[in-house]
Design a protein around this ligand. Structure first.
Ligand SMILES: [Zn+2]
Ligand SMILES: [Zn+2]
Length: 164
């Protein structure tokens, strides 16, 4: 199964493919150009940045960390249209849980109303979010997802600094 080149979430259906890379949605695809730069950023540099985020205050509630990537998944449908997204939240556990519970409620209300994808994807997205709730990132060190997000952030900074 493909995983999104930007956010690392597993793509069940409907991947957007660009060359050899797969993306879970248009937002991740838009960040795809950063991946080329991100590949030039060393793991040590990305890890250092991730550690800074991890040890810092929560960007949402300004509460104490640890701050890490919490994944949630949502889906909405309208008749024959169903859209689903993977949503990484860089926040403290409390804010991550709030976002996850919010997306479970969102999907439970708005997910079902499409055939066939709404009926298929609503339980999938809810179960994936529940899995994220049940296995939060370890508090002791930055998760792989946070290190990847750091790499992209560093890549965005260098591309902003050097016009191409
Ligand atoms: Zn993605
Ligand atoms: Zn927070």
């Amino acid at each position: 199964m493909a995983s999104c080149a930007t956010c690392g979430s597993t793509i069940l259906f409907g991947a957007t493919k660009v060359g050899a890379l797969s993306f879970c949605n248009a937002g991740c695809q838009a960040k795809g150009h950063l991946l080329i730069r991100a590949a030039q950023i060393s793991d040590a540099e990305a890890y250092g940045w991730a550690q800074k985020i991890h040890a810092g205050r929560c960007p949402r509630c300004s509460g104490p960390g640890p701050v890490d990537t919490h994944m949630s998944y949502r889906v909405w449908s309208a008749f024959i249209v169903t859209q689903w997204h993977s949503r990484p939240h860089i926040a403290c556990r409390a804010c991550g849980v709030k976002a996850q519970l919010g997306d479970i409620a969102y999907s439970a209300v708005l997910g079902w109303w499409g055939f066939p994808w709404g009926l298929l994807m609503t339980p999938v997205q809810i179960v994936r979010t529940l899995a994220g709730l049940a296995s939060p990132p370890k508090g002791s060190e930055p998760s792989a997802a946070l290190i990847q997000a750091s790499k992209l952030e560093l890549a965005a900074q260098t591309s902003a600094a050097t016009p191409t």
